[in-house]
Structures are given as structure tokens and as C-alpha cells.
Design a binder for this molecule. Sequence first.
Ligand code: ADP
Ligand code: ZN
Ligand code: ZN
Length: 748
Amino acid sequence: MAERYADIIVDISHEKVDRPFQYRIPQELSEDIYPGVRVHVPFGNGNRDKIGYVVDISDRPAYPVERIKDIASVDVKGVTVQSRQIQIAWWLKRQYGSTMIAALKTVLPVKQKLRQLEQKKVTASLAVDGLRRAAGECEEKRQTAKARVLRALAEDGTLPYELIRRKLNVAPATLQALEKQGFLRIESESIYRNPVKPMAGEEKKLTLSEAQRTVIEDVLRDYRAGKPQIYLLHGVTGSGKTEVYLGVIEQMIALGKQAIVLIPEIALTYQTLLRFYRRFGDRVSVMNSTLSQGEKYDQMRRAAAGDIDVIIGPRSALFTPFPALGVIVVDEEHEGSYKSENAPKYHARETAVQIASMHGAAVVLGSATPSLEAYYRARKGEYRLYEMNARHGGSTLPDVHIVDLREELRRGNRSMFSGMLRTLIEGRLAAGEQTMLFLNRRGYAGFVSCRACGHVMKCPHCDVSLSEHTNGMLVCHYCGYEERRPANCPACGSKYLLGFKAGTEQIVEALHREFPAARVLRMDADTTRTRDSYEKILAAFADEKADILVGTQMIVKGHDFPNVTLVGILAADLSLNRNDYRAGERTFQLLTQAAGRAGRGGKAGEVVIQTYQPEHYSIVHAARQDYRGFYEEEILYRELMQYPPASHMLAVLAVSADEEAGRELCAQLAEQARGRMEACKKERPPQVIGPARAAIGKISDLYRHVLYVKHEDYETLVEIKDALELFCREKEVKNVTVQYDFDPMNTY
Ligand code: ADP
Ligand code: ZN
Ligand code: ZN
């Protein structure tokens, strides 16, 4: 029998070993070696025993045979990943640029020994009536945490301890107190590590609307015909998208298939999970960042073994190794958190499409404010578009007022609150209703604008706002353009040309000054450092322990506060003036979401949008909740400037402790890319922009330089990336790290 050889990735985190090593497959192992198997191999001069992954098999030696070592053994204890997972890793590596090791670590479940875990559950000791009465008494005493537990138990007699702890945000002491009072029992049982136990399957049966039925039927018909598609559901919160996901998944399960449901972690609420558990019982499992590595590993193992049919979780749930995947759902597909921040910087939406095509599975995307990418493809016919307009939740759209902050200045109002916002806050305080004030501080990147006319200082070549540096220069972080900061506004001559500086802390101070009696909570990166502080602040606000919640974009996601009838957006154009081509899109999404926070509970809601640019299309269309209108204007801009999705864009970031070395390499890479584009002689040559110093030029003493390459063909950018990788390898670049980011969510 002919000799066979295996390409093996050795699990060492180092650039140099980021290539397969070839080993001979010994005769006695030949049955056991295939892509995905973990093996022991002798490595290096000392023949140290190392773990490796088989990624390919061939009959031909790539080196003189006497230099090729034998595979020592198959790692029987280890996870045998499916060849599909290895293929996905290869795809991620090539598509997004990273080492193979980093790609494998993204895709492979974390190996860890199985332990039997004890799981605690909470069981009601009273009948439903008794629980409801007790809950009512707790509410009167304002013991809202206790009331939440009792109400939840009234619906489901037994609940997992962890679910109550994390999703209902109830402290252990509270549960013990309830146990002492004789309302419930806390019990332990030894179980498989499913973080949430099945719950009673009583679910009210809905009659699906025509629109909902159509989607489900279309998805299943295409799937049965062997032509699965990508479906985009465009519908406001409450329009019944989740009900469609449930319906599609139910039918997929009936066909013996499995489903992955991606939900941004922040939107993975108790109510949403409960709907999936009610429908699918213990065939569903959840993945999130609060799970231990062991728990995550168990989820993966159970999926591979066919013990579950549905997994719900953030980005990483995408790599659940199901044997026969039928559908991948990506809810809130526009969310920025679907893009990985570490190499490989993959986008979960694009990766879902790839994984689905490997399985012949369908992809269902949903959003109230679709990404430009998704809507663009839907318009081009690549995705099937379904508009879901009706609302089932019963809440109405709020009244939206746009306040022109330039007018306020003219009237002599220098406060952060416009006259209208102040009056409306006073009204809410008097009526005992709640207010949310929202400041998009991520937008605070030192942009400079005129307080008198709203003029923003922009780069003449890139149509992004310039950033102010301490040395008095205004700098473009796309192309490196610089100019001296003028003393007066170039548009109107006023001297109020200022950088915007206001944070949530200043807002809280101003509230204390102007509304001394108001109880105020603040939520931002500073107040949510610990894991559960986020939930604690939200729970306190839900319990009406504060009149006003001030926060960054964290406060606009996912949560329903029925008593909130006023939402104030303090400076809507803050996010608009980020030096970022996605600024308009992000602003529209944030404003639409923030506006949607007002008036959830049947009471009418009002929204005040304060801005220096009341006529900007992102703001105008968000105020009208007009997605289509926004899209039509935004896509024109993207097409004009050749930004995604009209074109593709590759960001190349060079990071180095040595500033000069970083700049030098980035310049060489730009030269390579330019040479490359001449060689490729495409109809339209790629555009190379930069190099420039990154917007955040130094992080932890590492200097950052960036260059951008644009082309309408993604594959061309992949080829350029490959060429740059090769260039760096051949040059044996050591003191500069190069990162690649395709169609970046942020600029650098
Ligand atoms: P989305 O996912 O778009 O926010 P959901 O599927 O969560 O919408 O639906 C919002 C609310 O409307 C839920 O309480 C849901 O039970 C209810 N609902 C959805 N579809 C229907 C229907 N066909 N008939 C009655 N109620 C529905
Ligand atoms: Zn001006
Ligand atoms: Zn520029």
C-alpha cells in the first residue's frame, strides 16, 4: 500500500508555526486519520510530544521522505472535530486573514474534562393562587425582586436557579428568605450540564398572520426543493419575527434537522429564552458569556451527539457542530457585535451564509433597521426580502420632536437641555413617569463643529469629519490629510467653533442642578465594570427606583420599561460626526431604537431629538421611522464613495512598539498593494488609500498605522491580503504585527 501523508497544524500559538507540517501516516493508524482528528506528533529538534490537528491528507510527500516523521498516535481522549469545522477554520483564515491556529481556536470547542455538575432548581411550594397573592403582597411592600420570583413561579412551577439568578436578577439571600417563608424550595440535582432545564410546555397557540405564514412556507418549500435561500425579515420590534423563527425551526426539527439562533448577547432576555423553551423543551440549549468553558464544551458535545436541536447564543454559537443543520437565524442582523474584534475578524452574518451553504441550510435574517449590506443584497435579489409591518404588541409609535440646538444657543440657552426637553422632563417628574436620556459617547471623538451654524470640519478628500489633536491640528484618519484648526467658522465666521465635550457624568451633574428632586441613575462603561452591574442598574430602573436613567447606547437595547414615556437624545449628531463611513447608519439605528423605548406600556410616548443638524437625513428619517427613506440616501453616499456595501474595503493595520518601523512597514504594504493592483489589470483597479496614522494612534504604547484598499470584488481584496501576508513572511517582519479587517465596522 502506498504511503500517505497528513498535513497537521501543531497547536502552538506562534506565527512561525502557522502552516501545516507534514507527517507520515503509519500503516496501523491509516484507518483512524482523517481531517479533523487530533493526534500526537513528535515536534522540533527534541521531538517533543505535541498535539496537532489533521487538516489534509495526500499521497505525495512535500519533503524528502527521510525527513518526514511519523504521527505518534491518535488522541483518543480529545475531541474529534468534524472535517467541516476544519474547513470552516480554513475559510475564516483565508476570508478574513488570521493564523490557522487562531481560526481553529475560533471554531473548535474548548476541550475540558467532563465533570458531573449539580444543578439547583427552585420549585414552588404554593399553588398558583397562593403565589399570585404572595406576589401581590410583596409588590405592596415594594419587595419587587421577591415579587418577580413568585410571578415567574406562578407561570412555571419549577425554574432553574441560574435562570432566576441571572435573568430575573435575584440575589441568593432573597431566594433563601423566600424559602424560609415557605413559598418555595431550593433543590439540587445532578444533571447533564444544561444551563437551563426544560420548562412546562404550556404555550398559547397563536394563529399566524398571512405574512408570517408566507415566510415559513417559502423557507420550507425552498428547503425541500434543495434550494435554500437567504431571507431577510424587515419588521419593527413586535411585528412577529420571533414567531416566524419558531415556526421555521419547528418544521426543520420535524424534518430531523437542527437550528442555530444568533441573538446579540444584550438582547438575550428571559422572555425570549422562555419562548424557545416553551416551544422546544429540553431540545434547546443556550450559550452565553456567563457559561463556564466546561458548560460551553458540553453544549458543543451535546449538539454533535444529537442531544439537542436548537442552540441560542451570540456570535460564537455559530460554530456549534450540528450533524445536519437546517437553518441559521440571525436576529438583529445589523448589530455591530456580530463582527469579531479579534483575528479572524469574521462577521457572523457572512459566516452564517458560508456555513449554511456547506450544510445546504437556509439563513433567516431579521431586523427593524437592516444593515445596509443586507438590504442592498435584498434589493439586488440575492436575499429574499419580507416586509413585516403590522405590530402585535399593541404599542403605538411615539411622537418625535426634533429640537435645533443652534436655535437654543441663539435664544441664550447654554444648558444641555433644550427648553422643550426641560418642560417635558418636569411633566414626567410631576406625573411619576420615567425618562431615559441618551448620549452616544462613542461618537465623542474630538470632532469640531460650529455651534452657530452647525458646520462640521471635514476632510476634503474623504467626506469624514476631521479629528482635533492637542497640537491644534485637524487630522483625517482615512488619508492623513491635515490642516490647522481655524479660529473662526469657515462657513459663517462665528467664533463658536468648538470640539464637543460632554459625558454622561456631566449630564447627571446638570440634572442634579436643574431637577434637584429627581432620582437619577447612570449607566455607561464606567458604571458597568462588573459583570452583573448592568443587570442591577436595569432592574433598579425597572423597579422604579429612579425617575431618570442617563446612559450611553447600552440603555437603548432590548429592555422594556412600561413606565418610560419620555426619551431624550441629547446630541444626536455626536454619532454622526464620528470619523467613520458607517456613522450615518449607526446614528439612524440608534435613534430608531432609542425612540422605540418610549411608550411601550400602552401609555403614549414622546421623544426629543436634540441636534445641531436637524436637516440631516439620518435624523429626519429616524424621526419618521422611515427606513426606506434613510436607505435610499445612505446608499447613494456609499456608492459615490465606494464604501461597503457598494464596494468592499480591506483595512490593514500595522501595530508596533517602534513607531518608525510601523510607519515604514505600512508604507511598504501600501506600495505592495498599489503594485499588485497594476498587475491585476482589472477593469476597475482597486483603490489604495493611505497609509495614515490611525485615529487612536497609540494604544498601550503600541503605535498604529492603517491603510485601506477598496474594490468591488471581495476576492480581489483576499488576493491582495494574501500577497501582503506573503510579503511580511518573506521579509520576516518581527517587530510589527499586521492585522486585516474586511468591510470593517469601525475605522482605525
Ligand atoms: P419580534 O420578534 O418582531 O419583536 P415577536 O415575534 O416577539 O416579534 O412578536 C411580538 C408579540 O406579538 C409577542 O408577544 C408575540 O407572542 C405576539 N405575536 C406574534 N405573532 C402573533 C400572531 N400571529 N398573533 C398574535 N400575537 C402574535
Ligand atoms: Zn458657522
Ligand atoms: Zn481624508
